[in-house]
Design a protein around this ligand. Structure first.
Ligand code: ATP
Length: 853
């Protein structure tokens, strides 16, 4: 076991405008000095020409400072050891930390379209499988999980995003003997090859971006954790030891301040509300600040309480921070002047991390199956030894199987003879011959039974004689006493059965039915009738209460000594609605409790509903995504591409959108006209009603035949009333037409929104596909439209039909010629692109069928 400090390295993102005056890197001493004065200080210095004594120069020392370093340097110089440790049985964790855009994802995952620029994760998988394949004497099992923590909620990246949306939150558990901290319920996939592992890595990344579209959450606003579990045991099966380790590859969310996050999102054209961004920033900052609190607590000489449980991130990383783990922190910084504040904060946390110490040792556990097998082998060997020993000692009658009832009876008869023997000679003759320790043990056991029987007989004889000496004197069969044993007038039988229990051995060598003791009687309805029922019993419903009513204690519960049946649930547990309602209540209160820190986690399906999707996606233009920034297509160029896309690849979809838009507009106009008609009719009704009312007030009253006054309508008034009735009918009809027209208009508007969203998504996919051209730079040309079938297939090309099997083979040969190790990466990319295309297609089809419903 060894104690090691967390290794901390700083990586600068290459930039042409590196703030050389403000950030001074000493590669020899591995230090960074930041000359960071506040704006007020600088203004003050400019105005007065005098420096104040506030510190504005900070020097940080790290294990490594890598300026303009390539991906190879990062992996071979830093990450390789951690991965090697994980294969050797010591868990490892590599974390990237820093502000958005500083190169965290580039460092961890790299460029998925470029083999040379692949990051730590794909390289680590190559490394792991190289070791697994090389160590032929060891049986490895490699399992993978991939998750992200977004707004303090865990998302499984190895399942469809829709599954995550319906699933409740996952729980974090700890297995001290094996895998350490893990997330219960997360999909864990066993992988047999590097390519399978790479497929999961890229598949998970694809899930992140798919969820980005569907849930409007952005991948760089979440923490992602890719975990590789390695279990190894000796193939020979001689050792029952199992060594477990894991490798956590953590890409943390951007650590910038809220204002910067807002500016950045706006710049990238992300179409979500400020509230959403604020909420994301709040969760990110909260979890990073808890991470910092843990690091501060751990960096103290005597680390007391470490607040791991405050956030999901720190809880999941519990054993990577101050636990049994080789931890490497890669702090990524952007060396430009405008990012100085973020750089300072990154360097501060990184330098604190330098003080954190971890304990590293391989975790060995015993495989229960192997242990059992080993013990079975030992027993078999020992039995053989014993047989040989018996044969040599002429003890051939010794048996090692359990004694049968007949053999036990034989011992019993011999012992009875021995007990009945008179004098030493008889005793000697009746003494059972001793053959083995096992036989001696069995003799003792049978002897014990005999003694207990005699004791029991003596006790019951005493009791019977005491009972017979009571009121009625000594009981005789003539007295009509029907007690067992007495009935037949055989005192021996009475003694023999009085205390012989059901299944006990009887003196005549058989198993008697005996008599169950009183205390062994089951509780009957009668026996509980007199007992007062507790409140819970009276109030309980369902299974538990019916068990009470039948008088039987609930399964698994014994009857309490005081005679009262114990309640299934305590009073506090049983609510008015019975036990199940109580459970529901607990469930709710637990949810409430889980939302600690004053912020309630979003209930699944609440935050990420269709409406928020519409709000984000239907913003009128293509969503920013990864294309919005980081050197991608920006602003006007992107709009121009979008326009071109609408006229080209997306023409059909755009045509549909325009037609639907026109229809929606015409329908809106129709609704407006119909609403005017309805309003006019309403006005007409009001006027008619007023006129009729007026007329009714003015007309004279005439006495009727019964002498009471009654209203008589003149012709004019009759006409008006008829007209009013007619207008009301027209109004009703017009209103119904209006309602139908409105419904149609809303459906068209919705269809328009969906088409627009489709168009934007297709555009995003189109851009991404274009960007896959990165392979071409490398000479690894992957055709994203070609079907991914190992046997090949036929595809349409400009020149006509082509056999893609031979094309694929040619591409593979080219890749292998260039670098044999890149084959798995190449294949995984093909799978990723094919999956992405399938996802896009499925998404479009789902939208279509929804629209047509
Ligand atoms: N060391 C580097 N060399 C070359 N390009 C880099 C380097 N670091 C970052 N980049 C480029 O900078 C851009 C932003 O990097 P990246 O996405 O890795 O940043 P990030 O810190 O992960 O940001 P986010 O928090 O948004 O995910 C990418 O286009 C990436 O290719």
């Amino acid at each position: 076991m060894g104690r090691d400090h967390v290794k901390v390295c700083v990586r600068t993102r290459p930039t042409s405008t590196f703030a050389q005056d403000a950030i001074v890197i000493d590669k020899e001493a591995q230090t960074i000095t930041v000359n960071h004065g506040t704006l007020e200080q600088e203004a003050e210095i400019a105005a007065t020409g005098m420096h104040d004594n506030r510190q504005n120069s900070f020097r940080f020392q790290f294990h490594h400072v890598l300026h303009n370093a390539g991906q190879d340097t990062i992996y071979d110089g830093l990450a390789r050891d951690v991965v090697q440790g994980a294969v050797d049985g010591i868990s490892g964790c590599i974390m990237t930390y820093g502000q958005t855009g500083s190169g965290k994802t580039f460092t961890m995952s790299g460029d998925s379209g470029n083999y040379q620029h692949r990051g730590i994760s794909p390289r680590a998988l190559t490394h792991v499988f190289q070791e697994v394949n090389a160590r032929i004497e060891t049986a490895f099992s490699v399992n993978i999980t991939y998750m992200e923590i977004y707004n303090e909620k865990i998302f499984d990246l190895l399942v469809d995003p829709a599954v995550n949306a319906t699933k409740g939150d996952y729980t974090i558990a700890e297995d001290r003997a094996g895998r350490g901290v893990f997330v219960r319920g997360l999909t864990e996939v066993e992988v047999k090859s590097e390519q399978e592992a790479l497929n999961l890595l890229y598949g998970g990344e694809l899930m992140r971006t798919t969820a980005q579209h569907n849930l409007n959450k952005k991948s760089n606003r979440s923490h992602s954790i890719f975990t590789v579990y390695v279990t190894q045991r000796a193939k020979s099966g001689v050792s029952e030891k199992v060594v477990s380790s894991k490798l956590n590859l953590v890409d943390l969310a951007g650590s910038e301040r809220l204002k910067k996050a807002l500016d950045q999102e706006r710049l990238e054209g992300r179409t979500v509300s400020d509230e959403t961004i604020k909420k994301e920033s709040m969760y990110i900052n909260q979890s990073l600040s808890y991470l910092e609190q843990c690091v501060v607590a751990l960096s103290r000489r005597n680390a007391g309480h470490v607040p791991y449980r405050q956030s999901k991130l720190t809880n999941v990383l519990k054993d990577s921070l101050g636990g049994n783990c080789n931890t490497l922190l890669l702090a990524c910084i952007w060396g430009e002047a405008q990012h100085l504040e973020e750089t300072m904060s990154t360097l501060r946390l990184a330098s604190r991390m330098m003080r954190v110490q971890n304990e590293t040792h391989a975790l060995e556990v015993l495989d229960p199956m192997q242990t059992l097998k080993k013990q079975e082998r030992t027993i078999r060997d020992l039995k053989q030894e014993l047989l040989m020993h018996d044969a040599l000692a002429d003890r051939s009658r010794v048996v090692y199987d359990p004694y049968t009832p007949e053999q036990q009876q034989g011992i019993r008869r011999q012992l009875e003879k021995f007990v009945a023997a008179q004098g030493p000679e008889e005793e000697e003759a009746s003494f059972p011959p001793l053959e083995s320790v096992r036989q001696m043990r069995e003799i003792c056991r049978v002897f014990k039974t005999l003694i207990l029987e005699v004791q029991g007989d003596a006790r019951s004889a005493l009791l019977n004689s005491a009972g017979g000496m009571g009121e009625g004197g000594l009981a005789t069969p003539e007295d009509g006493d029907t007690r067992e044993g007495v009935e037949g007038g055989n005192p021996n039988k009475m003694q023999g059965t009085a205390d012989t229990l059901v299944g006990s051995m009887e003196p005549d060598n058989g198993f008697g039915l005996g008599r169950a003791p009183d205390h062994a009687r089951p509780v009957t309805v009668d026996s509980t009738r007199d007992r007062p029922l507790s409140r819970q019993q009276q109030g309980g419903r369902g299974g538990a209460s019916s068990a009470f009513m039948a008088g039987a204690p609930p399964a698994g519960q014994s009857e309490p000594k005081d005679g009262l049946l114990s309640p299934v649930l305590s009073a506090s547990e049983v609510g008015d609605d019975g036990p199940s309602a109580t459970k529901r209540h607990f469930g709710r209160s637990r949810v409430g409790g889980g939302a600690g820190g004053g912020v309630q986690a979003p209930a699944s399906g609440t935050t990420f509903n269709d409406r928020s999707l519409l709000a984000g996606g239907a913003g009128g233009g293509p969503s920013g995504g990864r294309w919005g920034g980081g050197g991608g297509v920006v602003g006007e160029a992107k709009s121009a591409m979008y326009e071109a896309f609408k006229q080209g690849v997306g023409r059909q979809l755009n045509g549909e959108l325009l037609a639907t838009k026109a229809l929606a507009k015409a329908q809106k106009e129709g609704v407006r006209e119909q609403a005017a008609r309805v309003n006019a009719l309403k006005k007409q009704i009001d006027q008619l009603q007023a006129t009729v009312r007026d007329k009714r007030l003015k007309r004279p009253s005439l006495p009727d035949v019964k002498g009471t006054a009654d209203d008589v309508m003149d012709e004019d008034e009759f006409k008006l009333v008829t007209q009013e009735r007619e207008t009301k009918r027209n109004y009703k009809e017009a209103f119904e037409v209006l309602a139908k027209a409105k419904a149609k208009m809303e459906a068209s508007a919705q269809q328009e929104e969906e088409l627009r969203k489709d168009l934007i998504q297709s555009f995003d996919g189109y851009l991404e596909e274009k960007a896959e051209g990165g392979f071409e730079e490398d000479g690894l040309d992957i055709d994203s439209r070609a079907p991914l079938s190992p046997g090949g297939g036929i595809r349409w090309d400009e020149g006509g039909f082509e056999d893609t099997g031979s094309l694929e083979q040619a591409a593979l040969t080219r890749v292998a010629d260039k670098d044999q190790n890149s084959l798995a990466f190449f294949q995984a990319q093909k799978t990723r692109i094919a999956t992405r295309n399938q996802n896009t297609l499925a998404l479009k089809q789902a939208h279509r069928s929804k629209r047509n419903r």
